[in-house]
Design a protein around this ligand. Structure first.
Ligand code: ADP
Length: 359
């Protein structure tokens, strides 16, 4: 007769399974929860650090194989859940239950920064994460158009209530001013407007707040990046060299503010033609070059696709309107990589995931 199964033998098997992104095993990372043994049946939960985990299939397969290899185990019942690590700084400073704030920045306008912020936010929300999008691009607040949002719900007390779209909550400077009203803010006026905008929104609990920053390294970008405790920043660039110099300045601004750079994205990288050839309209490889030169992760290339613009103009982001197109898949993969980078940053030198305090 086989020996009785023990939790120790199951945990020993699972401690051989690595979390591929965090480079530690599932047991050391405290990812195995609710382990139960009933006769020859084993059940447990794997607690991922994000519902958008890019390698969840691999983790699931390897954990199942490891447990099935323990002598005496006949069946495995496994559930994948997620608990996004909490950066903590957001809660402390602006008193909001936001686990991680991620800035999307660019050296200059027109590179697709807002498009990418919107699609990453929607892709993360589709994966099951609680996501907010704050459009703080005071010079060109166009996320309402991109998400088909026309107005905010009425405020509750003195708090602004975000609009809902495609499973996420959003707020935009563009919804706070009357159409056609110019946004000419300077110095102190800009600073107080930004602080009010940040502090007076009823977000509720969020795993990720994506912040669409104004382009460049001007006062507005700087004030915002200073006012918000950011978990990390993403830099969007085009493939050509002139754009890279701007992007590099944007990247340095975050470095100066000690905001970790989650990675570089190269937008409008190439155009796939109907005959199967690929055209590098703006040159090629610049984003990778910038990532290498600044020792930051390269998060990926996004092709040019007219459905991106059509989606932006019609209020239906391409990850919703054409979810299986190469451009939507590229954006989804980048969203997963961003989530993974947040988990890696949260883990820092610690060898166990922080337990989130739910209030
Ligand atoms: P930014 O926020 O950097 O100013 P936007 O996101 O507003 O840039 O994008 C500028 C324009 O380029 C928009 O019309 C948008 O739809 C379009 N665009 C962005 N990325 C792509 C892409 N990969 N393919 C096609 N059009 C794109």
């Amino acid at each position: 007769m086989a020996d009785k199964l023990t939790k120790e033998s199951i945990l020993a098997a699972l401690s051989k399974v690595q979390e591929p992104e965090l480079h530690q095993d599932l047991v050391t990372l405290n990812m195995i929860r609710n382990l139960e043994i009933s006769g020859d049946k084993v059940s447990f939960v794997v607690m991922l650090t994000t519902p958008a985990c890019p390698l969840r299939g691999q983790i699931e397969k390897e954990a199942r194989q490891a447990v099935l290899a323990v002598p005496g185990v006949k069946s495995v019942e496994m559930r994948l859940e997620s608990d996004v690590p909490n950066d903590g700084r957001m809660r402390g400073l602006v008193n909001m239950p936001i686990r991680n704030a991620i800035a999307v920045g660019s050296g200059k306008g027109g590179v697709g920064k807002s498009t990418i912020a919107v699609n990453i936010a929607v892709a993360l929300a589709k994966s099951g994460a609680r996501v907010g999008l704050m459009d703080a691009d005071i010079y060109g607040p166009n996320t309402p158009t991109m998400l088909g949002v026309e107005k905010l719900p009425p405020p509750v007390g003195n708090k602004l209530v975000p609009a809902q779209a495609y499973g996420l909550k959003m707020i935009s400077m563009g919804l706070l001013v009357k159409p056609g009203q110019p946004l000419i803010w300077r110095g102190p006026m800009l600073n107080s407007a930004i602080r009010q905008f940040l502090g007076d929104v009823e977000w509720g609990e969020l795993d990720y707040l994506i912040v669409d920053l104004p382009p460049g390294t001007g006062d507005a970008a700087l004030s915002l990046a200073q006012a918000l405790p950011l978990s990390g920043a993403i830099i969007v660039t085009l493939p050509q060299l002139v754009s890279l110099e701007d992007a590099s300045r944007g990247l340095q601004m975050f470095r100066t503010l000690e905001v970790p750079i989650l990675g570089v994205i190269e937008n409008m990288s190439y155009l796939d033609l109907p005959d199967g050839t690929r055209m590098d309209i703006f040159g090629s490889g610049g984003g990778e070059q910038l990532a290498q030169a600044t020792q930051t992760p390269f998060l990926g290339k996004i092709p040019i696709d007219q459905n991106v613009r059509i989606g932006g103009d019609s209020g239906k982001p391409v990850v919703v309107s054409h979810p299986d197109s190469p451009v939507a898949l590229a954006l989804t993969e980048i969203a997963q990589k961003v989530a993974a980078q947040i988990s890696i940053a949260a883990l820092g030198g610690k060898n166990e995931l922080p337990i989130n305090i739910v209030e």
